[in-house]
Design a protein around this ligand. Structure first.
Ligand code: HEM
Length: 217
């Protein structure tokens, strides 16, 4: 759970940096070519990365398989742990809970399920439908989506769920891997987790809000 979670966080950071390229306006360079940095980045990921070591367009499928495998293993681990926890607490004794749980930690399971549903929607909207329609202009697609307040609201909601999930999950992953060597180390990890989650939240929602406000057009 910890290792796949950290790989997925690394993916999110990369995805966030890629999305921030939307802030670079389309411009005409010195030789008169129109340069669209966001579309160029998307095209580079899908076609050119690791070419000519691999044939054109192959890397993106390896990348997708790795992300999918991490998602499947992450969800599988969550379900296994959930069932194990349920079995362990199915005793007839009434135990008063004394462990203090933070809001984000209580939300890990339901937040995870909600996130899986929102991610499915996200892939249908921005990857599957455009690919089937032969649309090769992600920048225009993203602008058309976020000019509608409803989509901005959906993505802000999704990113708040991601925030809660990471605020707990990032620290927990390092604790599982043995980094909580002292109470102080645990406190430091919790603080770092909140900052990483906040960075990802702000980095992702900045672009949809900027499109809605007309700053990106
Ligand atoms: C405001 C938030 C987000 C925005 C605006 C956004 C935008 C996009 C766009 C435009 C694409 C298609 C890129 C292209 O055609 O090249 C994409 C793909 C994708 N996004 Fe997001 N995204 C957001 C959040 C997330 C989150 C939170 C996750 C994961 C939990 C995620 C996972 C993915 C995945 C797995 C892909 C597919 C990559 C591929 O084509 O293989 N995104 N996103």
């Amino acid at each position: 759970m910890a290792v796949t979670g950290l790989v997925l966080i690394a993916f999110l950071l990369m995805h966030m940096i890629g999305n921030l390229k939307m802030f670079i306006p389309v411009y005409v360079n010195e030789v008169g070519e129109t340069v669209n940095e966001f579309n160029h980045y998307a095209e580079f990921l899908k076609q050119d990365l690791l070419y000519p070591i691999l044939p054109k367009g192959v890397f993106i499928w390896i990348f997708r398989l790795v992300i999918l495998a991490c998602l499947v293993l992450h969800i599988y681990s969550a379900v296994t742990l959930w069932l194990r926890a349920n079995r362990a607490t199915a005793s007839k004794y009434t135990v008063k809970k004394t462990i203090k749980q933070s809001f984000s930690s209580k939300w890990m399971r339901w937040g995870g399920i909600l996130l899986a549903l929102l991610l499915t929607w996200h892939l249908i909207q921005f990857t599957i439908v455009p690919t089937l329609a032969g649309d090769h202009d992600p920048r225009s697609l993203v602008i058309a989506a976020f000019q509608q307040p409803l989509f901005v609201a959906i993505y802000v909601a999704m990113m708040l769920v991601v925030y809660l999930h990471l605020a707990h999950g990032f620290g927990s992953a390092f604790m599982t891997l043995g980094a909580n060597t002292s109470p102080k180390a645990e406190r430091v990890l919790r603080v770092i987790a909140h900052w990483v989650a906040a960075l990802i939240l702000v980095g992702f929602v900045a672009m949809p809000f900027s499109v809605l406000a007309g700053v990106i057009n």
